[in-house]
Design a binder for this molecule. Structure first.
Ligand code: NAD
Length: 257
């Protein structure tokens, strides 16, 4: 599918855009001709990603910010800067996320809140102020990154699957609320993707995970970027409120499924 015409001149805001699935998506969107504002956790990682993008094509229309995603003021200022430079927001991709391997017995309230803040509370702030810009132009698309852990559960640390289940709830609920305004809301649910999030695994662990995935390997970040771009594009014009599992049929271990 050639999405070039879909994104030419479109303005995209994406969180968690400095590496992994997010950076792969930013590269694809810029290649399709979109104008992209990508957000990073740290100024340094944003700068590093920006250097990488400029080395690919110095003419790319791209900017970066590193707001606290739960801080209303900082998020509003970021959207205002995008509106001022490019005049609109067409697509919002909520991709930032953190994992947690802490089990209930050892978990502090602050551990729980830290994961909830990045994975779901930030999504609320980003959507609340992002759609204000989409209302004005009478349409748009939102794509959220969930996880198969949010679909099936996972016993590898509670706040992560709970927050990702909330992402799915937000996606389906907001899709109904925003449909009258021609704003589509969808999610991708990755299985295991070869990014920094799984970089801590040694070779043995990587091979054994591969064996638990029916397609026999982890996904590449690019394969998730393809799904995100599809859902954000006009090629998905009649799709809203859906969760696209991009998981090679992987199911998290030790669940009740
Ligand atoms: P990654 O760790 O490379 O990327 C995570 C991104 O989130 C980074 O860009 C990081 O800067 C951003 N982020 C983290 N904490 C943040 C904070 N406090 N404020 C702002 N940004 C913050 O991993 P990835 O695999 O590319 O993850 C992208 C998304 O995919 C996440 O939502 C993750 O939960 C989801 N996911 C990943 C996998 C996997 O196996 N890699 C599986 C399922 C879902």
């Amino acid at each position: 599918m050639d999405l070039t015409k879909e994104f030419e001149g479109k303005v995209v805001v994406i969180s968690g855009g400095s590496r992994g699935i997010g950076l792969a998506t930013v590269k694809k969107l810029l290649g399709y001709g979109a104008k992209v504002c990508f957000l990073s956790h740290y100024e340094e990682t944003g700068k590093k990603a920006m250097d990488e993008l400029m080395a690919i094509n110095p003419d790319y229309e791209v900017m970066t910010f590193h707001p606290d995603l739960c801080d209303y003021k900082q998020v509003k200022e970021m959207y205002a800067a995008v509106e001022e430079k490019w005049g609109k927001v067409d697509v919002l991709i909520n991709n930032a996320g953190v994992d947690s391997g802490i089990f209930l017995s050892k978990m502090k309230k602050s551990d729980w809140n830290a994961v909830m803040d990045v994975n779901i509370n930030a999504m609320f702030t980003m959507c609340k102020y992002g759609v204000e810009h989409m209302y004005k132009k009478k349409g748009g698309a939102i794509v959220n990154t969930a996880s198969v852990a949010g679909v099936y559960g996972s016993s590898m640390g509670l706040p992560y699957p709970v927050s990702k289940a909330a992402v799915i709830g937000l996606t389906k609920s907001l899709a109904g609320e925003l449909a009258p305004f021609k704003i589509r809301v969808n999610a991708v649910a990755p299985g295991v993707v070869d990014t920094d999030m799984v970089a801590g695994l040694n070779d043995i662990a990587r091979k054994s995970i591969g064996k638990t995935i029916p397609l026999g390997r982890m996904a590449e970040a690019d394969e998730l970027a393809n799904a995100i771009c599809f859902l954000a594009s006009g090629a998905a014009s009649y799709i809203t409120g859906t969760v696209l599992q991009v998981d090679g049929a992987y199911r998290p271990a030790n669940t009740m499924n």
